[in-house]
Design a protein around this ligand. Structure first.
Ligand code: ATP
Length: 615
């Protein structure tokens, strides 16, 4: 079962509180933030110095038309000085822009890096009940895309806010104080463009979110298709899969089209509004020049201010978008970061002390859905200790693997208790418990690294000799030796593809590297042939003397030598005893034994009839 995002999200405060939390994270890099803000202010001031300089340069250039030679020469000098000043201001503005861009981006990246590590760390600690509920894709989206939204807030949100406030604020003041009417005309496009830009950005954002959601669906369809490619081909379902993919792709295309239309329309309208305002200023300003109330340089100054302001005003939309995005993505990211694992070390938890490796289940009941859910296990009790073994058998879904999950504290019991050498597993540190209780699952996971690294996963400093020993115990050393690159062979997409049985044997070798107090073999030889399983069992006899062993299997021959066998049905132990006593009881176990024996005999006596039936 997976959860909808709202199941993870909880009350985290309003948008302003989320943004303040991001700002506080930035303030860990106070020095750089100060440099970035300082450089932004200076760069903005230099940019505002350009229009007056251009204005006086134009007036200076007009002075060259003067017929009096001394005036002409003065004008030339003024022109050169202004041009030099303009060049200097432009260089300094460029320099400070560079500093503010670099430091602003750097702060964003440093903060994102810290968040990335914290997020990954959190995922390692969150309980299995959380991972059961939340889709992996959802977590990857939060840790990648949402984190990116928070990172971008620093450069596109905070730094831009400083820049735009100074440019628009100081620019408007300068224009209005120079000439109230002409200044108001020059600024007339500002409110409309700012509003239009913000609206367009918000619309683009909601379309972007919808598009992302669609892209997520497309990714999921592709992922499932590739993972289950054999099933798709076997059932000839290529056309069905193509239709499913095509439908998702068409919706994504429609959303992308809407985005393009929104962007083009808003850009055109904003440009139109800007040119209308510019036309007005040219008209009224031109009349004032003719009337001698304004110089050509003054008019140039107004027009240059308008050009400088145009881009920041349009960027107000980006600013609004950045704030909206950061509050949404920050909320989603912090929702995970603030979660507390339900399975964690209790205060004062001590490392597990092993004496006899005595595992004791005392009236254990458990439900995956908490107190309100249907119980998966009811009043399960058993004991097993060092050198002894317990076999668990039962129909699918009976709760066999659940028993194993509780011992490693992947989940906590709902009722009763589990102890190891008298210590409640909830009272010892998780690290010491999981170091001493090792389970080999039926469907083991191998990492995309060498076979050697996979085997030595629990003990990365293991010597080559122990890796080879573990591999031979798991009956996989001959196979590894036959590979051209031996133990260095890569596993996975870029390396060797392993069969289910080979993977299981690597997993057994991985566990054999360590010396656990309790070993759980959860159907871990189900994909291994009977002969190899028998050899592994023989070889495991020695290490099993130093630990308590729990076998979980559907195949009775895997566990018939166990010191005690329990038959589980519907989460309850309905039969228990040794193999012989259970056969004598003539119950479920005996019936299963009879059926499996019958099948084995048929196979031994007439293998072709079974094969024929299968075909
Ligand atoms: P099998 O022989 O098929 O491996 P099992 O006896 O090991 O089955 P469990 O895997 O322990 O059975 O599952 C017992 C019950 O608990 C099943 O009904 C299963 O659907 C449910 N269950 C297992 N894992 C979870 C989980 N993570 N969340 C919710 N329910 C679960």
């Amino acid at each position: 079962m997976t959860t909808s995002p709202s199941d993870i999200d909880h009350q985290l405060g309003n948008d302003a509180q989320i943004l303040w939390r991001i700002i506080q994270l930035c303030l860990h890099y106070r020095g750089r933030v100060l440099i970035a803000v300082g450089a932004t202010v200076i760069a903005a001031l230099f940019q505002l110095a350009v229009p007056p300089l251009l204005g006086s340069a134009v007036d200076g250039a007009l002075g060259l038309l003067d017929t009096v030679s001394s005036a002409k020469s003065d004008a030339r000098t003024t022109l050169f000085q202004t041009a030099a000043l303009l060049l200097g201001v432009s260089i300094l503005r460029g320099l400070f822009t560079l500093i503010h861009n670099y430091t602003g981006e750097a702060v964003g990246h440093m903060m994102a890096n810290g968040l990335r590590l914290a997020f990954y760390n959190k995922l390692q600690g969150l309980s299995f009940s959380f991972h059961d509920r939340v889709h992996t894709g959802e977590l990857i989206t939060r840790g990648m895309l949402d984190l990116e939204g928070v990172r971008m807030f620093v450069s596109t949100g905070l730094m831009r806010l400083v820049l735009l406030t100074i440019l628009i604020g100081a620019g408007s003041y300068l224009l209005l104080s120079a000439d109230l009417i002409l200044g108001a005309m020059s600024l007339s496009f500002v409110p409309f463009v700012a509003w239009k830009s913000a609206m367009a950005r918000l619309k683009l954002r909601s379309l972007w979110l919808a598009l992302q959601e669609r892209m997520g669906v497309i990714g999921r369809i592709m992922d499932e298709n590739l993972t289950g490619i054999r099933v798709v081909r076997a059932f000839g379902a290529e056309n069905y899969e193509l239709a499913k993919y095509g439908e998702a792709a068409d919706t994504a295309m429609a959303l992308a089209d809407q985005r393009i239309k929104t962007r083009v329309a808003s850009t055109t309208i904003m440009t139109f509004a800007y040119f209308i305002a510019m036309g007005l200023v040219l008209w009224v300003g031109g009349l004032r020049v003719l009337e001698g109330r304004l110089t050509v340089g003054d008019l140039t100054e107004f027009l240059t201010f308008m050009t400088i302001l145009q881009s920041p005003v349009r960027q107000l939309g980006l600013l609004v978008n950045s704030f909206a995005r950061a509050s949404t993505t920050g909320r989603r990211l912090f929702a995970v970061l603030d979660l507390e694992p339900t399975i964690a070390d209790r205060p004062g938890a001590k490392p597990l002390q092993i004496k006899d490796s005595l595992v004791s289940y005392e009236n254990v009941s458990f439900s995956y859905d908490g107190d309100d859910g249907l119980p998966t296990l009811h009043g399960v009790s058993f004991k097993v200790q060092r050198g002894r073994s317990l076999g668990i058998v039962g129909p699918p879904g009976a709760g066999k693997s659940t028993i194993a999950h509780l011992l490693t504290r992947f989940y906590d019991v709902s009722d009763g208790r589990i102890t190891l050498d008298g210590q409640d597993v909830r009272d010892v540190t998780l690290e010491s418990l999981r170091r001493q209780v090792l389970a080999v699952p039926q469907d083991p996971f191998l990492f995309t690294t060498s076979l050697e690294n996979n085997i030595a996963y629990g003990d990365p400093w293991a010597e080559d000799g122990s890796i080879v020993n573990a591999a031979s115990l798991a009956q996989i050393d001959t196979f590894i030796g036959s590979l051209p690159e031996g133990y260095s062979t890569l596993v996975g997409e870029r390396g060797v593809s392993l069969s289910g049985g080979q993977k299981q044997r690597i997993a057994i070798a991985r566990t054999a590297m360590l010396e656990p107090a309790v070993l759980i073999l959860d159907d871990s030889t189900a994909a291994i042939d009977a002969g190899t399983e028998q050899q592994i069992r023989e070889l495991l006899k020695a290490p099993m003397k130093s630990c308590a062993t729990i076998f979980i299997s559907h195949r009775l021959r895997t566990l018939l030598h166990a010191d005690e066998i329990i038959f589980l049905k519907g989460g309850r132990i309905i039969e228990r005893g040794t193999h012989d006593s259970l056969i004598a009881q003539g119950g479920h176990y005996a019936e299963l034994h009879f059926l499996q024996n019958q099948l084995d005999n048929e196979l031994d006596n007439n293998p072709s009839s079974i094969k024929g039936a299968a075909q």
